[in-house]
Each structure stands twice: as C-alpha cells, then as structure tokens.
Write a protein of this length. Structure first.
Length: 320
C-alpha cells in the first residue's frame, strides 16, 4: 500500500463573533498494534478502522462573552506537546466543558486548550454515538476542540499542527492511541506507522457504504491499554500484514475478527452478535476498544438486531 502524505492548512479564522464548530467523524478501530515512545508525538498505534458519519460535534466560544486576547499566537512543533495537567487554578483559565449538555471534565480537551493557550472558554461537545463504546469520542472531542479553538481564538496553527496537539493530548490522557490521526483522515484509514502527523504514515481503502452498529455497554480503553499488550501487538501486526496483502473492506473485517480472537479481546455479547451476523452471510467485527459490534450493509438487521445505521465518512475532521 502506498503512503498518502497530503495535508492542508486550516482555513483563515474569523475574528468577529468568535464561535466555531468542528465536526469529527467517530472512528471505530478494527485492529491495532500499540507503539509506545517517551515522546507522545511518536507514540500511538498502527492498524485500521472506519470513520463514521455519526460523530462528535464541538462548539467553542469565549466563556461569559470575554474578549479574546492576542497573546501566544505562535505555533509549536508536535514533539513539544508534553503532558499538561490543566488543573492549576492560578495559571489555567476556567473552562466550561459539557458533554451532551452535562458538565464534565475531559482531560484530553483540557490539555488541548492549555497547549493553545486558550483563555476562559465554553466547549460544548455533542456525540451522536455512545460514549466509552469504541467510537473514539475522547480523541474526537480533543481534535474538534483544537480545530474550533484555533478558529475561534485566531491561533495561527496549521491543520497538521493542530492534529499533532490533539494526538499528544489524547496520548497523555491515556484514552486512545490513534483515533485522532485516523478521524482527521476520514474514510477507511490504515495506519502504517504510528504517531502524530509528523511521524505517522497513513493510507486509506477506497471504500464507502452503509455500516450498522449495536453497543452493548462501556469498556474502559485506559484499563485495557494499561495491561500487558504484547499479545495485542503481535495480533495487530499480523492483521495489518493481512490487510496490506489484500486491501479490501471484506479483508479488514476478517482481519478484525481474527485479531479480536488472537488478542483475547472479544467480550461474550460481541462474539455472539458477530457469530449471528456471520451465520446469515453478513460481515461483522467488534469495535476496539468497546462492547460494540459493527457490520457492513444490513448485517445486524438481517441477524435480528435493531442497530443504529450510519455510513463511512469520507471527509474526515472539519470546521463547519
């Protein structure tokens, strides 16, 4: 598979009104192989997955109508995006973050706002997929916050740099390894090398179409990633080799099923649903990491489930 390195710059931000909205597709990982490094910019995972039109919307505005300062409008390299607590009340602005209307603390988002030196802001995150179910919500919120905050507060950073900031923030938060770069790319991204946009190598499968999913509950990504991941790495590397040899959507789903079994990540309800879809001639796999099953076409419907319906999102993360 060849490498696609095309990047674009962020549109010129508008200085009037200061309200920005970013849309990031949900990203479902089919299989992955962790790649850890001391520098968050070089950490992440190889693997493959699907970007979905059901996604994450992030709206950023100044909090309480406060004006936007003109200070600290300089971009920095992704390798400098070190861990930031964002919790020091004396040095960090008071942000208000909501998730589907409820006040929350999203570590990855707070790290992004700190990295961009954003003043007191309101960040409203709305999801169209279940949370903690394998849809990359944390990474999507971080990426959306980076794009929208840079637009709203007139930060002169390129798209590549903002993706790098969001990637480093999610790595430091421990909530994901590769969702940010994959959701930024859109479609069916294949991560050939791990890291932020300055280190990763990505390609895409030329695929589109209907995707169904059923979520059976939550699964902590941080907890799974904290365990010994050698079996995951071995299985993920084998799955990527298989997909590179036959780069089709059908092969991606087959590699995902083999990966979940070899890495011992299948949860019982997900395995039952995947087996039911396969028995009817469909194609399904478990989302990594979540108690969620995805299927091509009408696979879950044909197997007797009442799934949510979405499609592969070809566009990737964007401002709207």
């Amino acid at each position: 598979m060849s490498e696609d390195t095309t990047e674009t710059a962020v549109d010129d931000p508008s200085s009037d009104g200061c309200k920005a909205r970013a849309v990031v597709p949900a990203h479902v990982t089919a299989f992955f192989a962790p790649a850890r490094a001391d520098d968050p910019a070089e950490s992440g995972a190889t693997g493959a997955g699907l970007a979905l039109t059901d996604g994450i919307e992030t709206v950023v505005t100044p909090r309480d109508g406060r004006p936007t300062p003109e200070s600290n409008n300089e971009s920095m390299s992704g390798s400098d995006a070190e861990s930031m607590s964002g919790s020091d009340a004396e040095s960090t602005p008071s942000h208000r973050i909501t998730l589907n209307g409820d006040p929350v603390s999203i570590d990855a988002v707070e790290r992004v706002l700190a990295r961009l030196a954003v003043p007191a802001a309101t960040v409203r995150v709305t999801t169209h997929v279940p949370v903690a179910a394998g849809f990359g919500v944390s990474g999507g919120a971080a990426l959306g916050a980076a794009l929208a905050a840079a637009d709203c507060f007139d930060r002169a950073w390129t798209r590549r740099e903002l993706i790098a900031v969001a990637h480093a923030a999610e790595i430091a938060a421990g909530t994901g390894l590769g969702d940010v770069v994959a959701a930024a790319r859109g479609g069916v991204p294949v991560r050939l090398a791990a890291g932020d946009p300055n280190h990763a190598r990505l390609d895409r499968l030329p695929a589109r179409g209907r995707i169904e999913y059923v979520a059976f509950g939550e699964l902590s990504t941080a907890t799974v990633l904290a365990d010994d991941t050698q079996a995951v790495t071995t299985a993920g590397t084998a799955a990527l080799d298989r997909l590179r040899a036959t780069p089709t959507l059908e092969e991606l789903f087959a590699a995902a099923r083999e990966f979940a079994t070899a890495a011992d990540l299948f949860v019982p309800e997900a395995r039952d649903a995947v087996d039911a879809v396969q028995a009817t001639g469909g194609d399904a796999a478990m989302a990594m990491l979540g108690r969620t099953v995805i299927a091509r076409g009408t696979g879950l419907s044909d197997a007797g489930y009442d799934p949510s319906v979405t499609r592969i999102d070809p566009a990737g993360a964007r401002l709207e």
